[in-house]
Design a protein around this ligand. Structure first.
Ligand SMILES: NC(=O)NC1=NC(=O)NC1=O
Length: 243
């Protein structure tokens, strides 16, 4: 069996619940998944400032998960905030939903488009493409120009905008796959894949399956080199809990 800690780096409980549901829908029978989010922080993550804030909450949850002995951690925000810091702290594998979705897209298509939320977050996806080495594979970055929490407001507007951008991508971008660039879009992947008749990939599902694969291969985060546990030092004040 495999126990996965799903971390929603923002503090919106409704998003945490929806992300957990999407994860459980694809989990293998022997996989247990539970979801957490930071006690304090940003209700949504929409830029460099939000990401810096969110990373601290991610690290606190990673430490707790390690102490609980989880078999893997998912950082369920498209910016993969705190990913490498989390890998230093963790023993088990840590997978971000952006890297997971991008990897899966390269396995089923030669080019993909990313559809994310606010235009100002496009640079964050671009930085990740560079960091992960996927720039050549990504033909286009698109945004629905709505805030992250518009995916939570029940109006259906965000869903319609995601569908619109996916249709544009299919028609214009010459891509074989689409990556959904927000954890809050996780529940849209299956219906859009069916309607568009092409892979529309959600990072939450992709990350869960990658953790299961790593677990099955008995692979954990390497402690050889730069992802070794952090250098021991006295952390003060607010960060005491991270010692
Ligand atoms: N590009 C994004 O929308 N990233 C995200 N912000 C959040 O709060 N959750 C995400 O997945």
């Amino acid at each position: 069996s495999c126990c996965i800690q799903l971390i929603n780096p923002n503090t919106s409980l409704s998003m945490t619940e929806r992300i957990l549901t999407a994860a459980r829908d694809v989990a293998a029978p022997g996989t247990d998944i539970f979801a957490v989010c930071p006690e304090e922080g940003a209700p949504s993550i929409e830029g460099h400032f939000d990401e810096a804030i969110a990373a601290i909450g991610v690290l606190q949850r990673i430490k707790e998960g390690r102490e609980q002995g989880v078999d893997g951690h998912v950082i369920a925000c498209f910016g993969d905030p705190g990913l490498l810091a989390a890998r230093e702290l963790a023993s088990a594998p840590v997978i971000g939903i952006a890297e997971a979705a991008m990897h899966m897209a390269t396995l089923v298509a030669t080019r993909f488009t990313v559809v994310t939320t606010l235009p100002r977050t496009l640079i964050i996806a671009r930085h990740l493409l560079q960091q992960y080495g996927f720039e050549r594979h990504c033909a286009r970055l698109r945004a629905i120009d709505l805030p992250v929490l518009s995916l939570e407001d029940g109006s259906g507007l965000a869903r319609r905008k995601v569908r619109e951008q996916c249709l544009n991508a299919k028609r214009e971008d010459g891509v074989g796959a689409i990556v959904l660039g927000c954890a809050g879009m996780a529940d849209l992947a299956l219906e859009l894949s069916a309607e568009l008749e092409m892979p529309v990939i959600d990072g939450v599902s992709a990350a869960v399956k990658l953790i299961e694969s790593l677990h099955g291969m008995k692979l954990s985060t390497s402690k050889q080199g730069d992802l070794d546990f952090p250098v021991q030092k006295e952390l003060s004040g607010y960060f005491k809990g991270l010692n």
